[in-house]
Design a protein around this ligand. Sequence first.
Ligand SMILES: NC(=O)c1ccc[n+]([C@@H]2O[C@H](COP(=O)([O-])OP(=O)(O)OC[C@H]3O[C@@H](n4cnc5c(N)ncnc54)[C@H](O)[C@@H]3O)[C@@H](O)[C@H]2O)c1
Length: 347
Amino acid sequence: MKVLVTGGAGFIGSHFVEFFLREYSDSTVVNLDCLTYAAHPDTVDRLGQIGGNRYHFYKMDIGDPQVAQVLKAHHIEAIVNFAAETHVDRSILDPQAFVRTNVLGTQNLLQSARKAGNLRFVHVSTDEVYGSLEPQDPTFTEQTPLSPNSPYAASKAGADLLALASQRTYQQDIVITRCTNNYGPYQFPEKLLPLIIANALEDKPIPVYGDGKQVRDWIYVEDHCRGIDAVLRKGKSGEVYNISSSAEVPNLEIIKKTLALLKKPESLITFVGDRPAHDRRYGLNPEKIKNELGWKPKYNLEQGLQLTVDWYRQNRSWWEKVRDQEYFKYYQANYQPKGSKTGEVTS
Ligand SMILES: NC(=O)c1ccc[n+]([C@@H]2O[C@H](COP(=O)([O-])OP(=O)(O)OC[C@H]3O[C@@H](n4cnc5c(N)ncnc54)[C@H](O)[C@@H]3O)[C@@H](O)[C@H]2O)c1
């Protein structure tokens, strides 16, 4: 299969590209990413080494009309859309960027897919579109009405609705996945787990919002990628599939578990003021993808956490590079991945 992956230089997208190239030796992946701050400078070259001539990279915005030409030039059969602004705190400071990429960018991709001949389109979304649960509530199903609370979640919900509307209006071949909190190697250290690990390894305070009792549902990133692959190959057009390992844990507890694995003291925990409109609990019901597509997670939380902690211990230079803001700004401004195409589409 020839697949266009958007946002493939980010955390989950890069795992998906690697998984896809390794799992399917006859596949071709075109990675389209505009390399925001969330794209690690080393990722594109690392994926290039794995994929060889089955891998192509375009430094391009998903909102760029030239996306249609990339689809045509590579005879793309399916799109998996990961590209997004993803950090909730940043969405509170600058919602505009989230609307631009997550809503308008997705709309441009939907339109480009249609022009290119109704390609299969997997839109990667999040449990945050459902809003927040109370402790006693049942978990979210695909039928739960959308009720997003942050600008990030609202922009993702907007994109989900545009994708579903395109399927119904133009009979486009579109499926949506909604997943819980991912963790694993190569996650940018502004997100909770890598932030805990990196700060703990540097003996720095670990900031905890509010009372730390917010519950999140955790999934190891490789399990998410396998779920997306199942939906790409077997998902029914127009359907939404929740992806979850059913591992609901309060933030404070996951921080304590991680500190214990790192053999670091709980005294590093520092409570800070809560985030506005902070959702109390997320929990997803994954029965549909399990029953209809045969997906199930391979990793439980203990296994996934151990793998993650080991990776961050062994790859300090990866996360130290992006924590050094001055270096990172310089690198980003000057960075041009090997063999990448910027702007013009040739083949
Ligand atoms: N991280 C999670 O826990 C989680 C959970 C559920 C769903 N998701 C969804 O999965 C997707 C990927 O999340 P992630 O955590 O890997 O994100 P990330 O922030 O690590 O990576 C996002 C990538 O998208 C690229 N990008 C941003 N704007 C772009 C644009 N306009 N054009 C082209 N590329 C652009 C960035 O350069 C980056 O490489 C997102 O759609 C997110 O909503 C994430």
